[in-house]
Design a protein around this ligand. Structure first.
Ligand SMILES: CC(=O)N[C@H]1[C@@H](OP(=O)(O)OP(=O)(O)OC[C@H]2O[C@@H](n3ccc(=O)[nH]c3=O)[C@H](O)[C@@H]2O)O[C@H](CO)[C@@H](O)[C@@H]1O
Ligand SMILES: C=C(OP(=O)(O)O)C(=O)O
Length: 434
């Protein structure tokens, strides 16, 4: 288990480039299975989750070529269908959350998919009903093999259907869309997730020859086609990384410019940081964050205490609440952080309380943060990263703290942040990997 040793109290200064979006690229890589032709993908981040998925595709028989520093081509011409049934494949899938999105393309193209329960963060229950019910609605048969602990999904020919999803699941919508593009007839998905990740997937599929309309809304219509072909795709910058950098700058009183953020795809994220009192400016497609000695959390118009809560897109992504919570500990004023979607994502506040933060954990979903207004600094501590976003939040806390901190289990951070210590040290941080 690797660790970061962080010397706190150093200001950052300069420019930083966000990596490609993890949650988009996981969908895009799975979609390359839908054609035997070559699909080239640019701006792929060099992170654990993505590298593991690429490796999994290689083992499935997909020809993967690295064409440039962050460009790969995928050609799923000779997929090894026997390997897809092996215990080795299923074991690998179970350690990788993104692998659940192999089901849609595999059923659509090969008529069969096997899957064991996928991994990912331990951030609460993560049910897959939306995925399964959606693909079942297209005519697939689901069987649970108790002995092997796996689901077997089969379909001779998927058929388009109308469906109203029970929740706007991001990976669930992606899975159903990828199954529906090769189904016979028209599929309508109401209450579809419409995060930029899903929008980008739909745009890629249309470039491959699919017929999807309603992109960016919660009502998608998909006219099935017989086959898809090769194309090119460029992954958007990672909006969660952009948000993490905004929070990091505010917390460490730093002046930074976050380059090429694709501002129009950030939705409510910039405004949500502004509500915490953080100044930021859009400069072309960059975000400039000036050095701020203090930032004051807004109140609602009626004077009541600010609430920052997650919601499905175009609401605020749950993946930034841990960062916003940490940033609030040094703000002026108080805020209620309400993590509605996941029930185990706020427990890391214990560690912040140990570092001197004033936080009341009301229940598994809600925490009230009483900001210090930089009145006193957090204290360096020995920390452990419980999940990817709590991990980056603790890193931000450690960077702003007095003294040295150690964060262990940084594999959780590496799942989603590319060479984070290298990129932050280049603009003034002091982080060592041990
Ligand atoms: C690989 C990937 O893309 N992961 C993202 C994806 O996970 P993932 O697609 O697994 O998450 P889902 O969108 O399915 O749902 C996340 C959680 O929110 C709950 N839920 C969801 C929708 C809803 O309307 N109401 C509701 O309560 C679900 O029950 C679940 O507990 O989307 C999540 C929600 O944005 C993000 O945190 C993850 O980073
Ligand atoms: C929860 C996340 O990832 P995953 O869905 O891969 O567990 C995340 O990216 O914040």
């Amino acid at each position: 288990m690797a660790s970061f040793v962080i010397e706190g109290g150093h200001r950052l200064c300069g420019e930083i480039h966000p990596q490609g979006a993890k949650n988009e690229v996981l969908q895009i890589i799975c979609a390359t299975l839908l054609t035997e032709e070559e699909v080239t993908v640019n701006n792929i981040p060099d992170i654990l989750d993505v590298n593991n998925l690429i490796q999994l595709l290689r083992e499935m028989g997909v020809t993967v070529a690295k064409k440039g520093i962050d460009t790969y081509s995928f050609k799923a011409e000779n997929v090894d269908l026997a390997y897809l049934e092996s215990d080795e494949f299923l074991k690998k899938c179970s350690s990788l959350r993104g692998s659940v999105m192999l089901i849609g393309p595999m059923v659509a193209r090969f008529g069969k998919a096997l899957i064991s329960k996928p991994g990912g963060d331990k951030i609460g229950r993560r049910r897959l009903d939306t995925h399964f019910v959606g693909i079942q609605n297209l005519g697939a048969d689901f069987r649970y093999d108790e002995e092997r602990g796996i689901y077997e999904i089969t379909a001779k020919q998927l058929r388009g259907n109308y469906m109203l999803l029970d929740e706007a699941s991001v990976t669930g919508t992606a899975n159903i869309v990828m199954a529906a593009v090769l189904a016979k007839g028209t599929t309508t998905i109401y209450n579809a997730a419409c995060e930029p990740y899903v929008q980008q997937l739909c745009r890629l599929l249309n470039r491959m020859g699919a017929k999807i309309s309603g992109i960016a809304s919660n009502l998608l219509t998909i006219e099935g086609v017989d086959r898809l072909h090769g194309t090119q795709h460029t992954v958007l910058p990672d909006m969660i990384e952009v948000g993490s950098f905004i929070g990091m700058a505010a917390m460490t009183k730093s002046e930074i410019t976050i380059k090429n953020v694709s501002y129009e795809n950030l939705g409510i994220i910039p405004e949500s940081f502004r509500r915490l009192g953080i100044k930021l400016e859009q400069r072309g497609d960059d975000i400039y964050v000036p050095a701020q000695e203090t930032y004051e959390i807004e109140s609602f118009i009626d004077g009541s205490i600010m609430t920052i809560a997650d919601a499905t897109w175009p609401g605020l992504t749950p993946d930034l609440l841990s960062v916003m919570l940490v940033v609030a500990t040094q703000a002026k004023g108080s805020v209620l952080i309400h993590q509605k979607m996941f029930e185990s994502r706020l427990f890391f506040v214990d560690k912040l309380i140990d570092m001197g933060a004033q936080i009341i954990l009301c229940d598994p979903h809600r925490a009230v943060v009483i900001g210090h207004n930089h009145g006193f600094k957090l204290r360096g501590a020995r920390l452990i990263s419980p999940d990817i976003r709590a991990g980056i939040a603790l890193l931000i806390a450690a960077m702003s703290a007095e003294g040295t901190s150690t964060i262990s289990n940084i594999e959780q951070i590496d799942r989603g942040y590319q060479n984070i210590e290298g990129r932050l040290n280049a603009i003034g941080a002091r982080i060592t990997r041990i």
